[in-house]
Design a binder for this molecule. Structure first.
Ligand code: GLU
Length: 475
């Protein structure tokens, strides 16, 4: 029998992980069921006239929990999109937002389409039509449901959606807050594109601040020199790999893409490799390292850290037992199936779970939404005032105390925080805070139950927060 047959669907996999967490909690069966279920999934089939014919597309917007509104979650474009996947992803959004204290419920959308098959102006017409269908049912709305980019979508699609909403709600002064991940010139925020990858970096930095946790993964020291495998060099994988190698001196030794992998024990230059990929569509003939057309088994290679940053289910029951990484950080949503999770847990592999590891995206989306509602850029009021105070301090130190400060120090110290600095600071604070909550519970429970893991800790915290909100609402 094919081993994959025993693998549950993505939605069932999320439920299994949910049930494990629930087993450690004392919630009423009724409340558990209320939290677990997906509240609604809207399926739309719409036709668009293209290339002289009518093409019918299927799209979804699923709302998992409305305990907090608006509900939040990306819109994915891929030919593999289906209801089960969208619902699983919507549930993950609920737990993710709750864990990092982003005041949103969970939602997710998807369109069954291979974006590479369409020209930009065709994609625009398809996106606008899909957005129209969702907007007219309040499934895109600044106070009800706020989408964002996901696999296969980015700033461009978000700008089309924002404009479509604006056309249909011309008097809504908060129209821009109907979607996040927009380009800067139509209400986006600095640091949103890099946010999920940046969050992965901050999560790893935080993990390595705790010697006890690092030791549990069988590792030592800090990120310097750590050998990392990155699966998927899309927006999340690219930014995580870039920041970790350029700023933390980690070594990206393997990048696995859907059409081949690049292996270089000396460490891959991410900017160069990405530029090659963009130009040629694959790593083939890249002048450094070794290209592997067949990527089978590469995810199982020796390394210190494995970053799955592509699709769900990359680590499943067919390969989990062979995965050698002692530390896995889930940059993608659901990259480790519930079955694989069990295998890895029993072997002591430490997994930094998706609901925490990739929460950087929605965290900065939250900042963008707040920016849109306040109609002012973060830092605009206080930046120069902060600068003037620093100037005063420097003048005082140099003239009265006779301390000579270097020009470099002065330049760094002087500038008040701009929007990007504030976004990164808010993100770093969020990632540190959520990790410290998770690890506290992790270590507490591990004393009696050695295979108690970070994912279960994160889920317990998240589910408890959702439960408390429902209770306050009188449910
Ligand atoms: N699609 C991203 C995620 O899975 C971002 C969601 C958002 O910003 O709303 O977390």
């Amino acid at each position: 029998m094919n081993e994959m047959m025993t693998e549950p669907s993505f939605r069932d996999s999320v439920d299994r992980l949910f049930n494990r967490a629930i087993g450690h909690m004392s919630l009423s069966p009724g409340l558990i069921e209320k939290i677990r279920v997906v509240n609604s999934t809207y399926t739309v089939r719409f036709g668009v006239k293209l290339r002289g014919d009518i093409f019918t597309f299927t799209g979804y917007r699923s709302v998992h929990s409305e305990h907090a509104e608006p509900v939040k979650g990306g819109i994915r474009y891929a030919s593999s999109v289906n209801q089960d996947e969208v619902e699983a992803l919507a549930a993950l959004m609920t737990y993710k937002c709750a864990l990092v204290e982003v005041p949103f419920g969970g939602s997710k959308g998807g369109l069954c389409i291979d974006p590479r098959e369409w020209e930009p102006d065709e994609l625009e017409r398809i996106t606008r039509r899909f957005a129209f269908e969702l907007i007219k049912r309040d499934l895109i709305d600044p106070s009800q449901n706020v989408p964002a980019p996901d696999m296969g979508t980015g700033e461009r699609e978000m700008a089309w959606i924002a404009d479509q909403y604006h056309r249909m709600a011309t008097t809504d002064i908060n129209a821009r807050a109907c979607v996040t991940g927009k380009p800067l010139n139509v209400g986006g925020i600095r640091g949103r594109t890099e946010a999920t990858g940046r969050g992965v970096q901050y999560a790893l930095r935080e993990f390595f601040r705790h010697k006890k946790d690092v030791k549990l993964a069988g590792l030592s020291g800090d990120l310097r020199g750590k050998r990392i495998i990155v699966q998927g060099l899309g927006n999340v994988g690219y930014h995580a790999a870039k920041f970790l190698s350029e700023e933390d001196d980690a070594k990206i030794t393997i990048i696995i893409e859907y059409n081949g992998a690049l292996v270089d024990e000396k460490g891959i230059n991410i900017e160069e490799a990405k530029a090659w990929m963009n130009r040629h569509g694959s790593f083939e003939d890249y002048p450094h390292g070794k290209f592997h057309k067949d990527t089978t088994g590469l995810i199982e290679s020796e390394c210190d850290i494995l970053i799955p940053a592509a699709m769900e289910g990359a680590i499943n029951m067919t390969n989990a037992a062979r995965v050698k990484a002692p530390l896995i950080i889930e940059a993608a949503n659901g990259p480790v199936t519930a079955g694989a999770d069990e295998v890895l847990r029993s072997r002591g592999t430490v997994i930094i779970p998706d609901l925490y590891a990739n929460a950087g995206g929605v965290t900065v989306s939250y900042f963008e939404w707040v920016k849109n509602l306040s109609h002012i850029r973060f830092g605009r009021m206080q930046r120069r005032e902060e600068e003037a105070r620093s100037q005063m301090l420097i003048a005082e130190l140099e003239s009265n105390a006779g301390i000579k400060l270097t020009e470099d120090f002065k330049a760094n110290f002087l500038g008040g925080a701009d929007e990007l600095a504030l976004v990164r600071s808010g993100l770093d604070d969020t990632m540190r805070g959520a990790y410290s909550n998770m690890r506290e519970l992790w270590h507490e429970k591990r004393e009696k139950e050695p295979d108690f893991d970070l994912r279960t800790a994160g889920l317990i915290i998240a589910i408890d927060r959702v439960a408390e909100t429902y209770k306050s609402l009188g449910l």
